[in-house]
Design a protein around this ligand. Structure first.
Ligand code: BES
Ligand code: MN
Ligand code: ZN
Length: 498
């Protein structure tokens, strides 16, 4: 997709589709200019109520002879400034309409959209994100004619004045980077378990590092993890013929090479059968999405590289397949983690925390993280608590939690913090080891967080449970790419502080 910024009069633009906002109030700005040029068209439309005043509603007019634009799309903006969320929804609607009409190039009159509490660059970013999201296709396993070939190749933003042009350009670049990060995460998530294996994730990470001097990637296999005493991780991967991988991606963007890194850690269970604590059969295919935490880390790293942010970031991906097998872990098995703490595996389906905990220790021993955020499709309980709208957040550090909540708000990829204290920690007590890997049914998301917190005592740590937000089910089944926007916003905010 080509993105550009233009200045000029709306009625004189050459484009297949000019997109203008129409507020419920008096015609002004672009709308007034277009109305005048087109002989009162917009006023008539309003009078006849052919476009409702509701924000986000739109009409596509195929022929307006007085305009140099081939078509005119009018988008209702409501009777006051739009909320950021309403603007995002409206732009998704615009993109869908462009796709439906197979329009090749479009121009959006950005000044028309008055959005509460955001600047030009934020609006531009949302537009690019919406376009990337809408025109995403995953058809590599469909044979025959690929009907869905999208037409749009160019999007321009029209500004009345010149002063916002740079901000708009910056926003478009950010939106494009976040958009490609989201697409990377969606594709990795959507790939089936027989393609997207732990080794495949390693290959993709290495692919991303190719030709980028700031990014280097290595992966530890099971032999190396055995040497490091990562027996908790290995207790999961050993039941599969696919070799477990701890993928390490180091990005050096900071001027000071020695700056402590921000760290990301993704759960990369490329398929979660539950192991010997086997999951029920219905809907089990969706457990190919159990690597969406890892996918979001790859997506965030893609955007980070594209944006060339001036910070140091180290990303880890704990990748394994959770299978039942003759040599798989059994309920009651006890393993020693890399930290030395012992774990009684009461349920082999609580495997995510078993791979993550050793990665958390690996982070402590090899880096001095400024902060570490892990991202995981960790608990079904998170879906019961927050549904599919908001990701769960558990943290041992208020500042980090606050930064992530703010990043989620700002990128419209929200998270909600859950409490964590000694009372919940006690649910992990067992007679036979330092801790059990499950804490019973009550507060399952929090006790999973408690488990992880025991391996992240040395640095500010936060955990995002994306079990409810990483993918959609039903007819629209597919990975969502969340929480890539949140993660990239968080990293951009840290870069802005630097
Ligand atoms: N990957 C699942 C969590 C999950 C389930 C995410 C459904 C999205 C949809 C995780 O490995 C798991 O199985 N968790 C168990 C934990 C339990 C055994 C304590 C769960 O949530 O049931
Ligand atoms: Mn599981
Ligand atoms: Zn899982």
């Amino acid at each position: 997709m080509e993105y550009t910024v233009k200045n000029g009069a709306p009625e004189k633009q050459k484009t297949q589709c000019l997109i203008a906002g129409l507020s419920a109030g008096e015609l002004s700005g672009t709308a007034a200019a277009l109305n005048e040029a087109a002989g009162g068209l917009l006023a008539t439309l309003k009078k006849r109520k052919d476009l409702s005043d509701k924000s986000g509603d739109s009409v596509l007019l195929s022929y307006v002879p007085e305009l140099t634009a081939e078509r005119l799309m009018l988008v209702g903006t409501g009777d006051k400034a739009m909320s950021p969320k309403a603007f995002k929804a409206a732009m998704a609607g615009v993109a869908a309409k462009l796709k439906g009409a197979a329009i090749k190039d479009a121009m959006i009159c950005l000044d028309d959209f008055d959005v509460e509490g955001v600047d030009v660059s934020w609006k531009a970013r949302q537009i690019a994100e919406a376009v990337e999201r809408t025109f995403y296709v995953f058809d590599q396993f469909k044979s025959g004619d690929k009907k869905d070939k999208p037409a749009l190749t160019k999007v321009s933003l029209l500004l009345a004045g010149r002063k916002d042009a740079n901000a708009a350009k910056q926003g478009l670049a950010e939106g494009e980077a976040i958009g490609s990060g989201v697409s990377v995460a969606r594709t990795l998530g959507n790939l089936p378990g027989n393609v997207c294996t732990p080794k495949y994730l390693t290959e993709q990470a290495k692919e991303l590092a190719k030709g980028n001097a700031k990014l280097s990637v290595k992966a530890l296999g099971e032999k190396e993890m055995d040497k490091l005493g990562m027996y908790s991780f290995l207790s999961v991967s050993k039941g599969s013929v696919e070799e477990g991988q701890l993928i390490v991606m180091e990005y050096k963007g900071s001027k000071k090479k020695t700056d402590k890194p921000y760290m990301l850690l993704g759960k990369g269970i490329t398929f979660d059968t539950g192991g010997i604590s086997l999951k029920p059969g219905a809907g089990m295919d969706e457990m190919k999405f159990d690597m969406c935490g890892a996918a979001s880390v790859m997506g965030a790293m893609t955007a980070l590289v594209e944006l060339d942010l001036p910070i140091n970031v180290v990303a880890l991906i704990a990748a394994a397949e959770n299978m039942p097998a003759g040599n798989a872990s059994k309920p009651g098995d006890i393993v020693t983690s890399m930290s030395g703490k012992t774990i009684e595996i009461l349920n082999t389906d609580a495997e995510g925390r078993l791979v993550l905990c050793d990665a958390l220790t690996y982070a402590e021993k090899n880096y001095k993280p400024k902060a570490l955020v892990d991202i995981a499709t960790l608990t079904g309980a998170c879906i019961l608590a927050l549904g599919h709208h908001i990701s769960g957040l558990v943290a041992n550090d208020d500042e980090l939690a606050g930064q992530l909540l703010e990043a989620g708000e700002g990128s419209i990829d929200p998270a909600w913090r859950l409490p964590m204290n000694e009372d919940y920690q006690k649910q992990l007590d067992t007679n036979f080891a330092d801790m059990a890997n499950i804490g019973g049914r009550p507060a399952g998301t929090i006790t999973a967080g408690c488990f992880l917190s025991r391996f992240a005592e040395a640095y500010p740590w936060a955990h995002l449970d994306i079990a409810g937000t990483a993918w959609d089910s039903g007819k629209a089944k597919g990975a969502s790419g969340r929480p890539v926007p949140l993660l990239v916003q968080y990293l951009m905010d840290r870069a802005a502080e630097a």
